[in-house]
Design a protein around this ligand. Structure first.
Ligand code: LLP
Length: 384
């Protein structure tokens, strides 16, 4: 997403801060992913947690992807936006009875189950409704995703999934509980994964666990390998991830039987690059040691830098042809020292009312915004 003069003229009339979504880029990204997945006959469920803005999710539904929900709210939104129930999966380490009951009422495709106790509860609630719930077992494969510690999920010390040593008890539960239908195994080892070799290690583990279940008489129809494909935050204009390369790893390394389906739960790779957070400079403070740009957006609108020290490229779009002149700490207005989007960022000399774009904010941006400090809802704008 780069900004034309027309974009910038249009921005001048909008209230800041706002998330600016480029729907053309979104569509191109979705089409690239859909085509690459189709070549290998892979199924994609979009991880709604990355961005549940209805305009975005509707576009994703239109390319035929399913939905991966992590709360009753997300299941509800997927249903409302017209995803067929048999294309919705419900994951999450702590599903409440209310959420499970709701998903059972919708007859979703399957629950990705993260503990033996959860199996018992889903069975009990399904029995009360005279239903059979389809379940996939989320296994913690103890594979290092080599990403930020806060978004690693597949190691023994993480809270997610059922550990390998609990699988015998899990198999017993599946045999014992009559209102459950085992459909397959599920994995998700982390997010913003850029070293794709990690997925080879995951495939090896998926093969081992699939064999383990098959040897015990279970039919493993679904191999769900989760999501996690990263984007290049340092090159926001290099926009469409290499889905072909990513899917090829699973094609090459998964030992799938012809009867088995391979499912993916991509979030960030689909939506990350299609948005920038546009903010206005409120004040510039040039100090002896530091220069500060104070924006009207803060951690309340984009939490990733404060929460994970995440890098997002920052541009002064009001001065596109002006040479870099100074280093600034680019900060927000919130009463917290971590409310900082970047330190020592090289920018042209910047002035009050300049527009600043914080790039690559389509995933885990708008959806993680909050009302801390009683801030207003962040605004949203779309371009075709
Ligand atoms: N499936 C499961 C079970 C997940 O937990 C996640 C993300 C995904 C799929 C989608 O992962 P993706 O393809 O988007 O990497 N807020 C953090 C990211 C948290 C990811 C949580 N799980 C961030 O801003 O980096």
């Amino acid at each position: 997403m780069s900004f034309s003069d027309k974009d910038i003229a249009q921005f001048a009339n909008l209230d800041t801060p706002f998330y600016y979504y480029d729907l053309t880029l979104l569509q191109k990204t979705l089409d690239a992913c859909a085509l690459a997945a189709k070549m290998s006959n892979f199924h994609v469920h979009y991880a709604m947690k990355a961005n549940f803005n209805p305009t975005i999710v509707s576009r994703i539904k239109a390319v035929g992807f399913g939905a991966d929900a992590v709360s009753g709210g997300e299941v509800g939104q997927a249903v409302e936006l017209g995803f067929p129930a048999n294309n919705i999966v419900f994951a999450g380490v702590g599903k409440s009875d209310k959420e499970i009951n709701y998903a059972l009422d919708q007859d979703i495709f399957c629950f990705n189950v993260e503990s033996i106790q959860e199996l018992e509860v889903i069975n009990e609630l399904a029995a009360k409704k005279g239903k059979t719930a389809s379940v996939a077992i989320r296994i913690n494969p103890n594979v290092d995703a080599h990403t930020h510690a806060n978004i690693t999920t597949g190691l023994d010390e993480n809270k997610f999934g059922i550990n390998s040593w609990d699988l015998p008890a899990c198999a017993d539960a599946l045999r014992r509980l009559p209102n459950l239908q085992f459909v397959g195994i599920h994995f998700h080892i982390g997010s913003q994964i850029t070293n794709l070799d990690v997925y080879k290690n995951l495939c090896v583990r998926v093969n081992e666990f699939a064999t383990w279940f098959e040897e015990r008489g279970f039919t493993v129809k679904v191999l769900n390998v989760g999501g996690g494909l990263g984007i290049d935050y340092h090159n926001p204009d290099q926009q469409i991830p290499d889905f072909g390369k990513y899917f090829k790893i699973f094609n090459d390394f998964l030992e799938r039987k012809p009867s088995q389906e391979v499912h993916f739960e991509l979030g960030r790779a689909l939506v990350g690059q299609c948005s920038s957070l546009i903010s206005k400079v409120l004040f510039v403070k040039n100090g002896k040691k530091k220069n500060f740009i104070i924006l009207d957006a803060g951690m309340t609108e984009l939490m990733r830098p404060a929460l994970y020290q995440a890098y997002h490229q920052i541009q002064n779009i009001s001065r596109p042809n002006t040479p870099i002149a100074l280093n600034y700490d680019v900060v927000g207005p919130i009463c917290e020292s971590t409310d900082c989007f970047g330190k020592e960022v090289e920018l042209p000399e910047t002035f009050r009312n300049d527009l600043i774009a914080i790039r690559s904010t389509g995933a885990y941006g708008e959806v993680m915004s909050s009302h801390y400090n009683l801030r207003e809802n962040v605004h949203v704008a779309f371009s075709e």
